[in-house]
Design a protein around this ligand. Structure first.
Ligand code: SF4
Length: 237
């Protein structure tokens, strides 16, 4: 079997920038979308995040840290961080240098440390020390963009939302579910096409992209989705 690597337009988990594949893939038909959805739900019926957390505070911090960083790395970092700062109040009063020292092996740790403290200060000052469980409020917190807010809502509440990370983006393009050039546009397209069970489909596409439909050397020979794959012709050897 040939070793394949296609090109997409988001940073991968290790921060390498992958260029977008020039050739657009053929869009999936309505029938194919239905079948793809059914296959994802069948193969990943109850998937959850691989981030380790015990409560909403820990989940939010883990998701913020996971931007451009692997879940594995975040899970190594967070136990000591949560021990030092077990709640928003302790984190709101933390010294920037100390927070940096706990997350220094995480990508963009300087900015992330600043954002974590600002986020905690805002939770304490503006939300009565209670992290808001609404997407429109979550995005007002430092370090929380639409994707982060959606992932928190998906994981913690099972909200019918899609979130597009590098894995979801790659899989969506390879299966002809999206030709979007941005994650937000891709999120809109997937939401429109799948309509329901978006939280399960998000988790399924993350795991499928992480372990099967990998950026480099996807495991095509054992792929349950190969019938619907539109990208094998566009791979660069
Ligand atoms: S056959 Fe499967 S693993 Fe290979 S690129 Fe297509 S969807 Fe990904």
């Amino acid at each position: 079997m040939k070793l394949f690597c296609d090109k997409i337009g988001l940073k991968d988990g290790r921060g390498k920038f992958m260029q977008q594949e020039r050739a657009k893939v053929k869009p999936s038909t309505k029938k194919e979308i239905k079948e793809i959805k059914a296959l994802f739900l069948k193969h990943y019926p109850n998937s959850v995040t691989e981030l380790t957390y015990n409560n909403l505070y820990e989940l939010l911090i883990s998701v913020i840290l996971s931007a451009q960083c692997t879940d594995k790395r975040v899970n190594i970092i967070t136990p000591a961080l949560f021990k030092a700062y077990p709640d928003s109040i302790s984190l709101a009063n933390a010294s920037l240098d100390e927070v940096k020292s706990y997350i220094s092996t995480c990508s963009f740790f300087n900015n992330k440390a600043k954002n974590l403290i600002k986020m905690a200060q805002s939770v304490v000052e503006n939300y009565g020390n209670k992290i808001p469980l609404e997407r429109d409020e979550l995005v007002k917190l430092a370090g929380v963009g639409q994707k982060t807010a959606n992932v928190v809502m998906i994981e913690y509440t099972g909200a019918n939302l899609m979130a597009v990370d590098t894995h979801v983006y790659r899989v969506a393009h390879r299966l002809g579910l999206s030709n979007a050039k941005t994650a937000i546009k891709c999120e809109d397209e997937l939401s429109l096409k799948f309509k329901t069970d978006l939280h399960l489909l998000h988790q399924a596409m993350v795991l499928f992209g992480r372990y099967q439909c990998k950026a480099i050397k996807p495991e095509c020979e054992s792929c349950f989705m190969s019938k619907h794959c539109k990208s094998t012709q566009t791979f660069k050897v």
